[in-house]
Design a protein around this ligand. Structure first.
Ligand code: 4LM
Length: 409
């Protein structure tokens, strides 16, 4: 089987679509010509395989000599439309969709790594990304140095002659550590290392890492991009050659590709991304103002607060502080547990970016794959709580928090 197809996949974005406002790209990005019935909404190509006119045609498609689809793991029109839309939003030439955010992270990293290579990674990342980099990569002879990427000198020292990739999340999960993407990108360029940025918490509406020098931008599309809590999915965008390598090696052969149905749901979700993000952010501001008055909270982590390290990046690197807030309960694990257990409307669940406000306990949930030492080093304590502020009326979110804070013993 050829490693390449010559379908629409990886095709550079048209210049007119790249010039649209993001609100327009969120709705029309990747639009195909009208379907034969004139349906407004692009059809869902819920098919595993594609029929050839002749044996010769099938052979030519597999050889990459004729454009056209072959098999949905190798490419699907619905998935391709989503890939193009997200690439446009990120301002990147091409995109690849994965079955989950972790599928996107692992397919992206593994496409460029081999035994003996080294990765420089931020010490503040999602728990399963940490597990992938530390536990799994080690088994395959790839070493990762975790470093505080807000410290430029320490980051510079972490690069080695065999470093192939650098990986950051900003704002980072779970407590919103901010990293200067342009500064890390300069270091990466000096060392001829690709920079991968996980942009899940911001979405391309609030931050476009490609414009700041990132080579590859990954997403858990499970979160804001879909926005409705009914899909797990991932995306990566970047240069055409890099995306083709990811698509036709790690994604194709390891098989973590996205289903057409999930792509169709995310295409629908994306249409409201700009209005959802605006409301998420407005609500988060109100919630953080409320949290700031609570005596039982010892520390709040929110990039919009002037006290937050890296706050100067809000308004420059990132257009807004976003809608995820973390805070330390002065009473530690017990107080955090009580607060979470007494909520009524707010849902106690991992994930973020949904219409529903979600709250969780990182040390025992999203960041439980980290070793206690790594959690300690990253400042993820047992009293830490993370809230993803949803789209409900802000007064109702605050009222639920208020009744739970009032009940703390
Ligand atoms: C959570 N996060 O935090 P999939 N990158 C970032 C993430 O936050 C996540 C992933 C990748 C959470 C999941 C339970 C910054 C996930 C991985 O879950 O594989 O789509 O994304 O609550």
């Amino acid at each position: 089987m050829s490693d390449k197809s010559s379908t629409e996949q990886g095709k550079p974005q048209s210049s007119s679509a790249m010039a649209w406002h993001r609100d327009t790209q969120a709705i029309h990005g990747g639009d195909a010509p009208l379907d034969p019935h004139g349906a407004l909404v692009a059809p869902l190509y819920q098919t595993s395989t594609f029929v050839f006119d002749s044996t010769e045609q099938g052979g030519q498609r597999f050889a990459g000599e004729e454009a056209g689809y072959m098999y949905s793991r190798l490419g699907n029109p619905t998935v391709n439309q989503l890939e193009q839309r997200v690439a446009q939003l990120e301002g990147m030439p091409a995109g690849a969709a994965a079955a989950t955010g972790m599928g996107a992270v692992s397919a992206t990293m593994l496409a460029f790594l081999q035994q003996g290579d080294h990765v420089v990674a931020s010490d503040a990342i999602y728990g399963c990304t940490f597990a992938l980099f530390s536990h799994l990569f080690e088994r395959f002879g790839v070493q990762v140095t975790f470093v505080d990427m807000t410290d430029e000198a320490a980051t510079a020292r972490a690069f080695q002659s065999n470093t192939q990739l650098a990986f950051i999340e900003t704002p980072a999960n779970p407590h919103l550590k901010l990293i200067d993407i342009a500064a890390v990108s300069r270091l990466c360029k000096q060392h001829q290392v690709r920079l991968v940025v996980d942009n899940t918490f911001m979405t391309p509406l609030l931050q476009r890492p490609g414009e700041l020098g990132a080579d590859l931008v990954v997403h858990s599309a499970t979160k804001y991009l879909n926005g409705h809590g009914d899909v797990v999915a991932g995306l990566v965008t970047g240069r055409v050659e890099d995306i083709e390598l990811i698509k036709f090696t790690t994604l194709k052969d390891m098989g973590a590709t996205m289903s057409a149905h999930d792509a169709w749901l995310i295409l629908r979700g994306l249409k409201t991304l700009p209005v959802r993000m605006q409301r998420h952010c407005e609500n988060a501001h109100k919630v953080v103002e409320y949290l700031a008055q609570q005596a039982s909270i010892s520390k709040i982590y929110y990039p919009g607060l002037e006290s937050h390290p890296g706050h100067q990046l809000v308004g420059t690197q990132m257009q807004h502080a976003g809608a995820v807030i973390a805070f330390d309960m002065a009473g530690g694990y017990q107080a955090a547990t009580q607060l979470l257990n007494n909520l009524q409307m707010i849902k106690l669940a991992v994930s973020l970016g949904d219409a529903e406000t979600l709250i969780q306990h990182p040390a025992s949930m999203t960041h439980s794959p980290m070793t206690p030492e790594a959690r300690l080093a990253a400042g993820i304590g047992d009293g830490l709580v993370r809230i993803s502020v949803g789209l409900e009326h802000a007064d109702d979110i605050i009222a639920d928090l208020a009744q739970s804070f009032a009940g703390l013993k």
